[in-house]
Unconditional design. Structure first.
Length: 203
């Protein structure tokens, strides 16, 4: 495609570099920003220019945060004894949307996947063990997508925890095997959290 403006071409290229956005969608978004009479482009530009400075990772759960400790970890009404382990921030947000969980979270930052070169050392597993030992955690919920990588990760964490006096549960199989947690509807996810079952290695 030939562009009448190099600036427009650069804008389309930048937008289409984002995941899930093709050239046509990028062009449509770019033209909207250029032709819009409001301050959308200026507001977007301002937010993006401060993105790396203003957003950081929570030092406890590794969620995206505006401060060293995220708003969820700062909420005093949250149960300190229950820790929900999720793969990423999208899964955390999916569970939060159900409003059925009132404990705390720990984001792994991915799943163990040897084929992709991702091992335990690449994930937030060591900090998870530290939290379990230091925060008096009584129950660990494995809210991890029921895929081969998810099962491998759950098995590794459970084995790593050894004989600690800790209840380990997994979300019920309302989420089908091979499914992604973030795409489960709120009702299914709520039932899966509430009907969680003891985690057994090898299942």
């Amino acid at each position: 495609m030939r562009y009448p403006s190099q600036t427009l071409e650069k804008l389309v290229a930048a937008i289409s570099a984002l995941p899930g956005i093709g050239k046509k969608t990028a062009l449509r978004l770019a033209l909207h920003l250029v032709q819009d009479k409001s301050d959308k482009a200026a507001i977007l530009g301002n937010v993006l220019s401060h993105l790396k400075e203003d957003i950081r990772f929570c030092k406890h759960c590794h969620a995206l945060s505006d401060a060293d400790v995220c708003s969820i970890c700062q909420t005093p009404s949250r149960s300190n004894g229950i820790l929900c382990v999720v793969e990423n921030i999208r899964d955390l947000m999916a569970i939060e949307d159900t409003a059925c969980f009132h404990g705390r979270y720990h984001i792994l930052g991915g799943l163990i996947s040897p084929i992709d070169g991702i091992g335990p050392a690449d994930l937030n597993i060591d900090s998870l063990i530290e939290r379990i030992d230091g925060e008096g955690i009584e129950e660990l919920i494995m809210a991890i997508s029921p895929t081969i990588e998810g099962e491998t990760t759950s098995f590794y964490i459970s084995k790593k925890l050894g004989a600690r006096n800790l209840r380990i549960t997994t979300i019920a199989r309302g989420v089908s095997f091979g499914g992604e947690l973030e795409y489960a509807d709120e009702l299914t996810l709520t039932r899966s959290i509430n009907a969680r079952i003891p985690y057994k290695m090898g299942n």
